[in-house]
Design a binder for this molecule. Sequence first.
Ligand SMILES: Cc1cc2nc3c(=O)[nH]c(=O)nc-3n(C[C@H](O)[C@H](O)[C@H](O)COP(=O)(O)OP(=O)(O)OC[C@H]3O[C@@H](n4cnc5c(N)ncnc54)[C@H](O)[C@@H]3O)c2cc1C
Length: 241
Amino acid sequence: MKRGGVISKRFLKSIRNIVGKENLLTNEVSRYSHSYDATTLSYMPDAVVIIKRLNDIDKIISLANEVGFYIIPRGSGTGMTGGALPTGGGLVLVLDRLNKHRFIFNHLPYIETEPGTLTSDIQNTAQLYHYFYPPDPASQEYSTIGGNVAEGAGGPHGLKYGTTRDYILYMDVVTGNGKNLTLTRGKDDNIIDLFCGSEGTLGIIKTIGLGVLPEPEEHSTVMFVFKSVSDAMRMVSSIIR
Ligand SMILES: Cc1cc2nc3c(=O)[nH]c(=O)nc-3n(C[C@H](O)[C@H](O)[C@H](O)COP(=O)(O)OP(=O)(O)OC[C@H]3O[C@@H](n4cnc5c(N)ncnc54)[C@H](O)[C@@H]3O)c2cc1C
């Protein structure tokens, strides 16, 4: 979410009061290490805030609205589109410590999670209960689920099972003007889909309900050898059909 201008030193004090001094980083090393993502482009933020409580997000946004400064949400910084880059300075909000999640047994079981949970932790939790969370970006061991939603991430399972977007049951978000919304699949489909791939420009995703599937009974890897690329493509097409 990017709003307002560059943060002033005066308001760093207010931010410190919200998150505690150990979670506001202004030294050059910390700022530099949050200045880039997987694009390897680098833009120095004015400060970095490690968010450890969901409620602090609302407080920071409300301060940003009051005085005007840029906020750049960040998960693990593995994005390849530059969405987590503080191109105009401002405050990088690091969300990867918000990683509480739980499996909920229901008539349709699901996982409720904070945004900083690693994708692989979601997959492992599903597996623990003999369920399956299919979205599998190659960065799954490092990327956060909030980053996956904001990037609309997916992987090889996408062809058969779909991508992150297809597993969102609901999301709690706070928009740039500080409005809290609960978006529910079936009711707010357009807004949920708009958030997927919005790269943090619409708001911060705080809680996500993710659908899971029953674990496949069997899976294995098979290798086929083809005489030509077109033979291989024909077989892929016939499998998809
Ligand atoms: C080695 C590697 C392999 C990859 N493989 C794939 C792949 O197979 N498929 C694929 O789709 N992508 C892949 N990616 C890119 C992919 O988009 C990211 O890995 C992942 O989705 C980003 O998660 P992150 O936590 O690192 O987010 P970040 O890089 O920190 O942020 C990405 C964007 O999300 C925003 N954001 C983060 N958290 C929130 C939040 N809570 N609320 C709102 N906005 C937020 C940021 O502002 C930024 O715009 C790969 C990247 C790498 C480095």
